[in-house]
Every structure is written in structure tokens, then in C-alpha cells.
Design a protein around this ligand. Structure first.
Ligand code: FES
Length: 158
């Protein structure tokens, strides 16, 4: 499936707004993901062609940022921090509890398509360690404990 006319237009505008094609690459990927939930090969290639950069350059940017998803994800993406502050404040216990509850590991999606679990290094919430980020609105949650993971999973994960 091709990019929508609206998205193609937004990518062109981003190029003008950000001062050139390279500066607009990340924003283009973000907009594609916002609309489709993730960035497939076809959309990445189409955006690269629109910007006038190579597919490899676009892929470099896409794979550098762990918040750009290159494969389908669940309805809710849970990013659990495994950075130093979170590690020192019990992130491993939280990780184990979430994995046990959902029955998946990092990089996996539950069979019902509701949750995808991803590890990330520092979500910028060290003062809330151990912390995570959940959902399309990227809500920061923490400090998490194995007893409070419902805060990020919601009632439907029980
Ligand atoms: S180390 Fe976890 S939020 Fe910074």
C-alpha cells in the first residue's frame, strides 16, 4: 500500500520546514509510524524517494532509533527501561513480572495483538525509576514495581 496523499504532502512540507531532506528523515518516519503504527519497507522506500535520499540512508535512521518500529507491533507498545538508574532500582524484577504476565519476551507481541514489549535504554524518567513508556501517547510510567504493573498493563492483561 502506498503512502496517503496527505502523508506524502506532510513529508514534502517537513523537508521544507526542517531545511532539507536529511533533516526531515526522522520526522517522516515518525509521521508514517503515527499513521500506520509501524514503518514497512514499502513506506520507507517511498518516503526515501520523496526526500531524494537512498533507501539505505533512510534505513540507517530508522534502525538507529529504537522508537521507530520496523515490524508490526501490538495495540499497546510497552517500552521498559533497562538503563542504569532503572536497573539499580529494580527494573529486572519489573521486567520479569511483565514478561510472566504477558507470556512474551522483549521484541515480541502477545498472540492477541494487544501488547508488544520492547526494552529501551533510558526513557528520560530516571527520577521515576524503574520507569517505562506506554502507548501511542508515550505516557511515562513509574516508579514501577511487580505489584504495580497493572498501571501499565491495564485490567485486560490479567
Ligand atoms: S535509566 Fe531508566 S529512565 Fe533513565
Amino acid at each position: 500500500m502506498s503512502l496517503s496523499k496527505k502523508l506524502r504532502s506532510a513529508i514534502t512540507e517537513a523537508m521544507e520546514h526542517h531545511g532539507g531532506p536529511r533533516a526531515a528523515m526522522l520526522e517522516s518516519l515518525r509521521m508514517i509510524q503515527q499513521e500506520h503504527g509501524w514503518v514497512c519497507d514499502a513506506h520507507l522506500e517511498e518516503a526515501a524517494a520523496l526526500l531524494g535520499v537512498t533507501t539505505a540512508e533512510m534505513e540507517d535512521v530508522a534502525t538507529f532509533y529504537s522508537l521507530i518500529f520496523r515490524q508490526p507491533v501490538g495495540e499497546k507498545v510497552i517500552l521498559l527501561c533497562d538503563g542504569a538508574s532503572c536497573y539499580l532500582n529494580g527494573a529486572e524484577d519489573v521486567r520479569d513480572a511483565v514478561m510472566k504476565r504477558l507470556g512474551i519476551g522483549f521484541g515480541q507481541t502477545t498472540p492477541d495483538g494487544k501488547y508488544t514489549l520492547i526494552n529501551i535504554c533510558c526513557v528520560g524518567g530516571c527520577d521515576h525509576a524503574p520507569a517505562g513508556v506506554i502507548g501511542r501517547n508515550r505516557k511515562l510510567v513509574g516508579p514501577l514495581t511487580p505489584d504495580t504493573i497493572d498501571q501499565i498493563l491495564g485490567e485486560d492483561a490479567k
